[in-house]
Design a protein around this ligand. Structure first.
Ligand code: GTR
Length: 336
């Protein structure tokens, strides 16, 4: 990955964390007992942050206080793309991100990001808990990242400042913000709209200023970033269910004794049911609050033209035999 370090306040903060890690390598200062630093783009009360907190609580309890987590929430350490880069070279211990910014780093992460792949939350959860999910997490290791677990991110739908979207024709020429991912760029282009890659933290202002006409996200993010205040049309395309991932820097991981690695893995795993419970509540709550706040929601009655136009994205991003095998395995999974 190419370096994108900036010399702003965040840059110094991150550089500080990184030098702490470097010092511990050099042996000058013992950082082995400091908390694991973890970044999240979401605010403190968001389910992903709360889940990592829960993981930290379990870690502390199970390691007699040796292991703990300190979370830098609200994007304090930078965009997901930036924090991922820092985590992969060891400047940050942990990072909770969506799979999207990993798409161009680890091609296997394109799988759960494919449009209209999952039929339901249950289908998604069973795929991630099973062999496909495990294989995708393992594929991160050569990139300096240990995949600890997935968290839900729900269904992403389009929202915009102009009008309800009912067919791809309604999106023609619209400037739609996307995450930093080639796959997302391709999806939006396939619909005839104009994709604008941008960090989550810049979306609200860009909607207000008309730099973009819309974006796409789940109900909780549409609410927590106040995007609904600027873009009141929320159209239920439910085109992607790409999950979140909790990652650890491989260089930090390799310094942990095997027994602590097992504690970390288990604590992350055990935070998943907790997160799913928080998530389901949060989705229902956000939807209710936003409808009360006057957001104009529409179902997309005919999804076929969206599915048809986005389908070539599958062929472009699913190219290896292993990717194809896992996609097939997910598709063949029955509904429970
Ligand atoms: C959210 C996700 C974030 C980030 C964000 C975005 O749903 O939780 O990790 O990916 O979307 O659109 O940037």
């Amino acid at each position: 990955m190419k370096s994108t370090f900036k010399t702003d306040r965040r840059g110094f903060l991150v550089a500080g964390l990184a030098s702490g890690a470097a010092l511990s390598v050099g042996g000058c200062i013992d950082h082995s007992h400091r908390p694991l630093y973890s970044a999240d783009a979401h605010p403190e009360d968001y389910p992903t942050v709360q889940a990592v907190k829960e993981m930290g609580r379990l870690l502390k309890e199970r390691s007699e206080g040796r292991l703990s987590v300190k979370i830098f929430s609200g994007g304090q350490l930078g965009s997901e793309r930036d924090t991922l880069e820092i985590t992969s070279f060891g400047g940050l211990d942990m990072n909770r991100v969506n799979l999207a910014p990993l798409n161009s780093i680890a091609p296997m992460t394109a799988i759960p990001s494919l449009p209209f792949l999952f039929r339901s939350t249950d289908h998604l959860r069973r795929s991630l808990d099973g062999e496909p999910g495990e294989a995708i997490l393992r594929s991160l290791e050569p990139h300096g990242l240990i995949g600890l677990c997935y968290y839900d991110s729900g269904e992403r739908s389009f929202y915009n400042t102009k009008h309800p979207i009912k067919s791809p024709a309604d999106m023609k020429g619209m400037k739609i913000r996307v995450q930093n991912s080639d796959l997302y760029l391709a999806m939006i282009k396939a619909l005839g709209a104009d994709p604008i890659p941008m960090a989550l933290g810049d979306v609200y202002q860009s909607l207000v200023q008309g730099v973009i006409d819309g974006a796409e996200n789940n109900w909780p993010s549409y609410e927590s970033g106040s995007h609904y205040e600027a873009a009141q049309y929320y159209s239920l395309s439910r085109h992607v269910m790409a999950p979140e991932a909790l990652l650890m820097s491989k260089s930090r991981w390799d310094k942990l004794p095997k027994s602590d690695q097992a504690i970390v893995r288990q604590a992350a795993k055990d935070s998943v049911p907790y997160m799913r419970e928080l998530w389901d509540e949060r989705v229902t709550g956000a939807r209710t609050r936003l409808i009360e706040a006057g957001v104009i929601v529409n179902e997309v009655d005919d999804l076929a033209p969206f599915i048809e136009r986005m389908r070539p994205v599958w062929d472009r991003f699913i190219v290896t035999d292993e990717q194809k095998r896992l996609v097939k395995m997910i598709e063949d999974m029955g509904d429970s």
